[in-house]
Design a protein around this ligand. Structure first.
Ligand code: HC0
Ligand code: SF4
Length: 574
């Protein structure tokens, strides 16, 4: 440990900590725009400059190591003036439509305007001027991501997130240099014409409204207010954990009950659990794997519930499409069962009479789920997809005090019943673990083998693998770059019988639609919460889900049956 002072306060930090870390440890806020704790320091926005005794010039706190005995000042008159000038430049070129901006209220620039009293600088240079050439105008071509470079503060975090070691997509890169530096796509094409996989990692780090998820929450609120159709909402495994962060609770807090109560207050008639369909997915995918093993065909099987991964295969390696599991993702499966399962007739008069099709919304930690819902073959299962962040905005917009809600809300049944296996889907390795639990039951080995597969767990980006008796060797790719690397090895076809791929590091809990946390341990904390929910579940194997059993008994017959395929499986276009 080393000791130093920040604004006269003594503080102790680990060797290797930056001055920004030291300031945080001393309870001192230093402004940043281009810093993200999970990405390398860039030191381009210069807002975090601090004075260090003995140094002739101010130093960027994000990129300067703390040294023993440093005496650091973060808030001198000169520093404040420097920051005001820098921010003033950004603001002069920034549109002043914060009220309409999707990042309004959650924008770092907006917060800094208040902090540095810069209101009069706002929007001084009109749109369409030399400083706002055409390519800075809004790009709404992607079903998942909205991009508007007129709002860009040139921090570079989007390009970093798109190219970081776990992602390696490089769809966004830098054009120009110096103060003209701008993050653009190749040849400045609209996102829909690039190799963007819709993972949304760029939106999760953008400090302003230049990159946001394609917003659906306005339409969802309007539809709910109109009350013309019976409505149902499903909640993804990762959302019930991360939503807590939006309301100031500690990362890793599980807020399932409060979330259910918030959704009821928003006006949803039925509040269901995506985990129900995750159990069902594990049964279908586990059976599909056993069938392929028996036929010795299309091995290894790749999981297909991550739409970022499916997009990547379609864009980059269409020859692999036959290897993807045909099992729909839990989101789509849940929508299909809600809308078309005879099973859903028990849900109420409107469902039974089929008067008007129910309005189905899902809440997901993922931006790519928005384009998944529009894919041919599954389109119509789910009407609108909200990210965790959008749901938080809706909750705030309706004046619901999330933290004050009773924590004991319960999902509606039968489509709200789930086991711990379904919850595991929210973490990297969890889909494989749940599928292994299902497959081992189907092969009659589940009592002889462990329930928990630690080999698949953990936040480290990369490939993990394990030998599963009776099945073979299976692998888990944590982050799309890990899958790319695995596919470059000569022996992946021979080595594995099944491979899980999640495009975002950590799995869905690290998805591009999750709250924009600045906690460096965020993935670890969310992941521990996933395992805690599984451990505390009364039932932990997918086949123990009684609603799933009933669905097979009353409607589908058995996993992988013809009827199950008609409702629960899909195909991919090469
Ligand atoms: Fe996931 Fe899912 S686990 S992809 O990350 O498979 O988004 O949380 O809802 O569909 O269940 C996301 C999370 C889901 C789906 C499930 C899967
Ligand atoms: Fe890159 Fe993902 Fe953003 Fe697309 S959505 S630009 S792939 S980070």
């Amino acid at each position: 440990m080393i000791q130093l002072t920040i604004n006269g306060r003594p503080v102790e930090v680990d060797e290797g900590a930056t001055l920004l870390d030291a300031a945080a440890a001393a309870g001192v806020h230093v402004p940043t725009l281009c810093h993200h704790p999970r990405l390398p320091a860039q030191a381009v926005c210069r807002l975090c400059l601090v004075e260090v005794d003995g140094q002739p010039r101010p130093q960027p706190a994000c990129a300067t190591r703390a040294r023993a005995g440093d005496r650091v000042s973060t808030d001198s008159g000169a520093l404040r003036q420097f920051r005001q000038t820098n921010l003033g430049w950004l603001l002069a070129r920034h549109p002043d439509d914060c009220i309409r901006c999707e990042a309004g209220g959650a924008c770092k620039l907006q917060a800094l305007v208040g902090e540095y009293q810069l209101q009069e600088h706002w929007g001084k240079v009109p749109m369409g001027s030399a400083e706002h050439p055409g390519h800075r105008l809004a790009d709404h071509t992607s079903p998942s991501i909205w991009r508007d470079l007129s709002k860009c503060v040139e921090c570079g975090l989007c390009a970093q997130a798109c190219g970081e070691p776990g992602q390696q997509q490089f769809v966004i890169g830098f054009a120009e240099r110096g103060s003209d530096r701008l993050p653009v796509t190749v040849f400045d094409r609209p996102l829909a014409e690039t190799n963007c996989i819709s993972c949304g990692q760029c939106t999760a780090v953008c400090p302003v409204g230049a990159l946001v998820e394609t917003p659906h929450w306005h339409e969802v609120l309007e539809t709910l207010d109109g009350r013309r159709r019976v409505s149902a909402v499903q909640v993804a495994p990762a959302t019930r954990i991360a939503i807590s962060e939006e309301f100031g609770m500690a990362p890793g807090t599980v807020s399932t009950g409060r979330l259910i109560n918030a959704l009821r207050r928003l006006g949803f008639d039925h509040v269901f659990d995506t985990n129900f369909a995750a159990d069902l997915t594990a049964m279908e995918e586990g059976s599909e794997l056993l069938a392929r093993l028996q036929a010795r065909q299309r091995l290894p099987l790749f999981t297909s519930c991550c739409p970022g991964w499916v997009n990547w295969v379609e864009l980059n390696r269409p020859a692999l499409l036959p290897h993807l599991s045909t099992t729909k993702s839990p989101q789509q499966m849940h929508g299909a069962v809600t809308k078309r399962g005879a099973f859903a007739r028990g849900l109420g008069p409107a469902f039974a009479q089929g008067a008007a099709e129910p309005y189905v919304v899902s809440v997901m930690p993922c931006t790519a789920k928005k384009d998944e819902a529009q894919r041919p073959g599954v389109c119509g299962d789910v009407d609108h997809v909200l990210t965790t962040r959008e749901l938080a905005r809706m909750i705030r917009a309706r004046g619901i005090a999330f933290g004050a809600l009773p924590p004991d809300g319960q999902f509606d049944h039968p489509l709200g019943e789930s086991t711990g296996a379904g919850q595991l889907f929210g973490a990297s390795g969890g889909v494989m673990e749940a599928m292994v639990r299902a497959a081992l039951h189907l092969t009659g080995q589940d009592s002889a083998l462990p329930l928990e597969w630690q080999q698949f767990r953990g936040v480290d980006a990369g490939v993990k693998s394990a030998e599963v008796p009776g099945l073979g060797r299976v692998a888990v790719c944590n982050g799309i770059a890990a899958a790319q690397r695995l596919l470059e090895t000569p022996q992946w076809r021979q080595d594995f019988v099944a491979i899980e791929v999640m495009a975002c590091v950590g799995g869905c809990l690290g998805g591009g639609g999750e709250p924009k946390s600045m906690d460096p341990l965020i993935l670890h904390k969310r992941m521990q919460a996933v395992y805690q929910v599984d451990r505390q579940s009364a039932r932990r194997r997918p086949h123990e889900n009684e609603a799933v059993q009933e669905l097979y008994a009353t409607q589908l017959g058995h996993p992988n049956s013809g009827r199950a395929h008609a409702l629960l499986h899909t195909s991919y276009a090469a």
